[in-house]
Design a protein around this ligand. Sequence first.
Ligand SMILES: [Fe+2]
Length: 246
Amino acid sequence: MSNKLIIAQVTDMHIGPLEVSYRGVKVRQKFLDVLQVLAKKKLDLLVLSGDLSALEGEPEAYVWIKQALANFPHPYVVMAGNHDHVVRMSRVFDLPKGDISQGMLYFSRTIKRKRLLFLDSSPYRVAKRQLAWLNTELAHYEEQVLLFIHHPPSHCDCQFMDNHHPLRNINEIWQTLDQLPQIQHIFCGHYHTEKTIIRNNKSIYLTPATVFQIDTKKSRFAIATTKPGWRIIEWGEQMLTYVEYL
Ligand SMILES: [Fe+2]
């Protein structure tokens, strides 16, 4: 059996309590269309990296998403974005109690002997408690790990999002990240665009949303396209990652 780990990252679905459209494109249907493509791939894991719900963790959205994933043939994990609500997510998805601490959803998984770490940046910060947890998790672990955070821990040369919705404790986070050479690859959403940024020799990958992409050149909010995208991560001897669109 191949020990290559294959992950799909889907992010920023912004599913509402009812079906809505942007530019005539239905948000729920697009997510279903993406799932249909991903179901046919050989995946070890699907990561839903936050902003699952439209605005504020609407439970109807979580119930609908869980239902949509009921027959999905691969395992999945959910992460919290700024439009999510950890308690309601936990209830609907029946999340393991150990994945939640002080109301924050941060956890690790080991698949095919490879380690994945997931943080909760839903209040636009990564709490000190989570940074301490990262240090503890990696204190006696020298292999590479992949890190997932909803918010990119950097400005990304995306005008509207950098100016209005950036992560607020970027410098504090780097005080920890800079001490952890095991983390070379950081996978994010939130910015609704595709991009790779190198900061302090680590790669930060922005994954496009399923709901719509944001125009990175405009200082005011503008939709660039409603074409949904996702990211594939193939991690064997090397780490290979690329974005696909529907
Ligand atoms: Fe977000």
